[in-house]
Design a protein around this ligand. Structure first.
Ligand SMILES: [Zn+2]
Length: 62
């Protein structure tokens, strides 16, 4: 398909709706996200977020 006919110079021009709090890359419409108090994050970024969020509670069981 000719990119100039459909009006998009670049598929990456699709406008993102927010920036992920964890990986700092764009979040696009229809992506699966978690909505947190401080912003949005990708579904796959939840573990990293949780590890950061709960880091003060993280310890070795004894
Ligand atoms: Zn992310």
């Amino acid at each position: 398909m000719d990119q100039f006919i459909n009006g998009y110079r670049d598929p990456q021009d699709v406008k993102h709706i927010s920036i992920c709090m964890v990986c700092r890359t764009e979040i696009y419409p229809r992506e699966l996200i978690y909505r947190m108090r401080g912003g949005l994050l990708h579904e796959e970024c939840l573990l990293a977020y949780a590890q950061w969020y709960f880091k003060t509670a993280f310890e070795k069981a004894n």
